[in-house]
Design a protein around this ligand. Structure first.
Ligand SMILES: Nc1ncnc2c1ncn2[C@@H]1O[C@H](COP(=O)(O)OP(=O)(O)OP(=O)(O)O)[C@@H](O)[C@H]1O
Ligand SMILES: [Mg+2]
Length: 380
């Protein structure tokens, strides 16, 4: 099992039932998906440590600091994916020093206060999940169309948001490859401190590439902005981009690329590098002819098999139906996004995603379905 699938498993080790139910209650407000195990003793809990999960112990140490301390040290030695929060009505400085000897542990004095407790648990959970190195397992999804204005940025931004929202433990980044002419930051109303040129320049000297990206709101969704420098954009090399994507693959579950419409050398190697290509089209003849030609070209360069069609701005009233589109393209339709000008444009104007603009709209629902399809396709 690779680390990408690791879940958070939280153990409450406490004999006092009142404390357990308070902690349990607080944890129900946690931002992470987790499984909960209640246990009277640490050794009992230890039996259930799962190496494929991130194990967080919230352990009462009031009883016998000496013995529990040794047990905790043992668990830490055996498994490298365990973290500990120690609780007690009273902590003696000596004990804290002893516990800290091996590694950083967190201490919470009882009675536990909700806000402080959740802040600590959230921070640990965030750190544990973000420390996971995917060893290059992150998936690259290219959004492409060989005609402008068909909805590439709309699909890239909203699909990315939805993939991130569906699994808060994952990290998703959208990369604006419309060098110098990108829209992603406008769509999400971001003023990024770093753009792609800065990221590429600093990639070797930075410990964590996530620090060179821009976070959207307070979420697990990140952006790499296009460079505002025209000269830079012209000169960015293939090696630079591939190096960046490889580095992103280690830290993000999904890397979504908003490509430009031109099939240049640059676009070709990015498409080549991608695990999945979403080719955006619309149900009208000129666009479909164009799309068909693009598919033929993809066949020629050997990337047709990983290409999936997303039919955007679709309306059942259209003269050309979904099946007609599939017939013309001689390829099944992977995803359909309905036509909803009002929501789309409102979301751009407000600088937020479609889901935040109107969570009850059909278009938002369609992005949810697309995210599911993409996730399923890529985990096979
Ligand atoms: N499903 C949809 N329903 C209605 N309008 C849409 C839909 N998808 C996109 N649009 C609108 O179409 C316009 C173009 O969309 P977008 O900017 O995403 O296309 P693009 O392919 O990225 O364009 P470019 O080639 O310029 O980068 C935008 O105004 C957007 O709001
Ligand atoms: Mg665009």
């Amino acid at each position: 099992m690779n680390s990408m699938n690791k879940r958070l498993k939280i153990f409450i080790v406490d004999k006092d039932e009142m404390s357990v139910s308070i902690i349990e209650n607080y944890l129900s407000e946690l931002n992470y998906d987790f499984t909960l195990v209640k246990s009277g003793s640490l050794s009992e809990a230890k039996e259930q440590v799962d190496e494929n999960e991130l194990n967080l112990f919230i352990t009462d140490v009031s009883d016998n600091v000496e013995q529990i301390g040794t047990e905790i040290d043992n668990i830490e030695d055996l498994y490298n994916n365990c973290k500990f929060i120690l609780t007690a009505y009273n902590f003696k400085t000596d004990d804290i020093v002893r516990f800290l000897r091996k590694s950083k542990k967190d201490f919470i004095t009882k009675p536990i206060i909700k806000t402080g407790f959740l802040a600590i648990v959230n921070e640990i959970a965030e750190k544990m999940t973000s420390e996971q190195d995917f060893s290059g397992q992150g998936k690259v999804i290219s959004v492409f169309s060989n005609k402008g204005g068909l909805g590439k940025t709309t699909v890239a931004v909203n699909l990315g948001y939805e993939l991130a929202r569906r699994d808060r433990r994952s990290k998703v980044v959208v990369v604006d490859m419309n060098l110098f002419l990108g829209d992603v930051t406008t769509f999400l109303d971001l003023t990024p401190p770093c753009d792609m040129s800065f990221l590429i320049e600093k990639i070797d000297e930075t410990k964590d590439i996530v620090d060179l990206t821009t976070q959207y709101e307070d979420s697990n969704y990140y952006v790499i902005a296009d460079s505002p420098y025209r000269d830079y954009s012209r000169n960015v090399s293939r090696e630079d981009v591939i190096k960046m994507l490889n580095a992103l693959r280690k830290r993000f579950n999904y890397i979504i690329i908003d490509n430009s419409s031109a099939i240049t050398g640059k676009t070709k190697y990015i498409l080549d590098f991608s695990d999945l290509i979403l080719l955006i089209t619309e149900a009208n003849l000129p666009t479909l002819n164009n799309c068909k030609r693009c598919l033929d070209f993809f066949e020629h360069i050997g990337i047709q098999n990983k290409t999936q069609i997303v039919l955007n701005r679709y309306s059942k009233e259209d003269e050309c139906h979904k099946q007609d589109v599939a017939d013309i393209l001689q390829k099944e339709i992977f995803g359909v996004i309905p036509n909803d000008w009002q929501t789309s444009i409102a979301s751009i104007n407000r600088g937020i995603t479609i889901g935040e603009t109107n969570p009850f709209s059909d278009i938002y629902y369609a992005f949810g379905e697309l995210a599911d399809l993409v996730a399923r396709k890529l985990c096979r």
